[in-house]
Design a protein around this ligand. Structure first.
Ligand SMILES: Nc1ncnc2c1ncn2[C@@H]1O[C@H](COP(=O)(O)OP(=O)(O)OP(=O)(O)O)[C@@H](O)[C@H]1O
Length: 457
């Protein structure tokens, strides 16, 4: 039988795994193709609200979404509203000929994409990987049990003690805080600490990653919208700023906002009122603003990429989170803590680090900071069947010294490529799209590299 034929997965033999499928209204009565996906059956959803109820019913938090350039906005909204789900895009037509907006969304917001008609076995493989990733992510998102030690910032090195002191100092004031620091260094954790130690602790802490919202959705995500404000706005929805009323709004990656949205944000900060998209009423909001960025904002201002007036509005109480390499004294404590946590949460066999592994952890440069440490340890704990983790488990094998151990240029190149690819995958929690973006290569090129370097996912 032809593999790519119009047939729903649920019509084939009963499938043990269930995933969602979302077809945007604008794409109906298309799609012409429902792929046969080995071992998987698809449960159609049309509203984000249906997802939670279905998840409780043994469905994996993964799904396939039909994506076309003319329904892109509807898809983006659905992606935003279903954060815990890993989506795989099914795209009609040639992706490389598609517009930039579609390609960008595929590269950043989806776990993977397949062009239609899709290859069933390959799609099944993607869904399996996506389900694993969704589980890992949700275990990290769930974070520590309430009151557990990780609800607080760990570490006892002088830079982290100084940070803790600064956080408690600013917590008592209601002024805006700007947190700077490298990616993955703990800026969000610092913002939570400020909120928890502030008089607003009983209110909500609303975290928004400004860099993760497509530019055309920023306005409605931040400010909310009225019913009927645009196609698909079936109900009135309060935005993140309004939801933070009485509490703290954390604007992560604030430098990613376009100049137009920077103006709108500035207005809210000055007037302490907002107007929902499609609305006219000025709604008062009482929130404490904590913003964060890994970008050199003074430079962004000088280059005209960030508004100077907004910079001064945000930079009232500046806080600097040090990179992990500047607090080497904390690495061992953090590493042991994360390993212990995975052992308890996921029943992993690994309980400790070999002396060489501890040495390698201390020598590593940690460009991805604590997030990289967390990812390396989680991957090692999940993959290893042994009680002791080695440098190899952590992807931190001792480097061969080229001047002692002669290697050809080709060997050196391969080694460097393998190191770069492994490091990028670890940094991005194995998200191939994100890793390829960071490495500056196309996704296909990265897949080819993975195959050539024998690093199959
Ligand atoms: N001092 C710390 N103790 C324990 N866990 C930490 C610490 N700092 C960060 N983490 C953990 O590391 C991960 C990354 O931290 P966080 O998200 O706060 O970084 P970030 O600087 O906001 O990252 P990004 O710039 O990418 O938004 C989180 O899981 C967080 O809980």
């Amino acid at each position: 039988m032809e593999r790519h034929q119009a047939l729903t997965a649920s019509e084939s033999t009963p499938a043990p795994y269930r995933a969602f499928s979302f077809v945007p209204e604008g794409a109906r009565p298309e799609p012409r193709f429902e792929p046969v996906i080995d071992q998987w059956s698809l449960t159609p959803v049309s509203r984000a609200a249906e997802i939670d109820a279905l998840l409780a019913d043994g469905v994996f938090p993964v799904g396939v979404m039909w994506v076309r350039h003319d329904t892109l906005e509807e898809c983006q909204r659905f992606l935003m509203a279903t954060e815990g789900v890993e989506w795989i895009a099914l795209v009609e037509g040639d992706v490389w000929q598609a517009g930039e907006a579609l390609r960008r969304t595929l590269a950043t917001a989806f776990f993977d994409f397949h062009t239609l008609p899709a290859d069933g076995p390959r799609l099944a493989l993607s869904l399996g990987h996506a389900a694993g990733m969704a589980r890992l992510r949700s275990s990290l998102r769930a974070g520590p049990a309430s009151g557990g030690p990780e609800a607080a910032i760990l570490g006892d090195s002088p830079p982290i003690r100084a940070l803790r002191r600064d956080l408690y100092k600013v917590a008592g004031h209601d002024a805006t805080v700007l947190i700077r620091g490298e990616s993955g260094s703990g800026k969000e954790l610092a913002a939570r600490e400020i909120h928890n130690a502030s008089p607003r602790a009983e209110g909500s802490f609303v975290a928004v990653n400004c860099g993760a919202i497509p530019d055309n959705l920023v306005q409605s995500e931040l400010f909310g919208h009225e019913r009927g404000a645009f196609t698909g706005a079936h109900q009135r929805r309060r935005g993140h700023l309004e939801l933070a009323d009485g509490g703290t709004i954390f604007l992560d990656e604030v430098a990613e906002l376009s100049l137009e949205h920077q103006v709108n944000l500035l207005r809210v900060l000055e007037e302490r009122t907002l107007v929902r998209v499609g609305g006219t009423e000025r709604i008062p909001v009482d929130m404490r603003v904590v913003a964060a960025t890994h970008v050199d904002l003074e430079r962004a201002v000088a280059e005209g990429r960030f508004r100077e007036d907004l910079f001064y509005r945000l930079n009232v109480l500046p806080i600097e989170v040090p990179p992990l390499r500047a607090r080497a004294g904390d690495i061992e404590q953090l590493a042991r803590h994360f390993l212990e946590r995975f052992h308890h949460e996921q029943g992993t066999a690994a309980r400790a680090f070999s002396a060489q592994a501890l040495g390698a952890l201390k020598r590593h440069d940690w460009p991805g900071n604590i997030r990289e440490l967390l990812n390396r340890i989680q991957r090692a704990a999940v993959m290893s069947d042994h009680r002791l983790l080695t440098p190899a488990d952590l992807g931190l094998e001792a480097r061969r010294l080229p001047w002692r151990d002669l290697e050809t240029l080709e060997q050196a190149r391969t080694r460097a490529e393998r190191d770069a690819v492994q490091a990028a995958l670890v940094r991005c929690g194995n998200n191939v799209s994100e890793a390829s973006r960071q490495l500056g290569v196309a996704r296909v090129t990265l897949y080819r590299l993975l195959e050539r370097l024998n690093l199959q996912q």
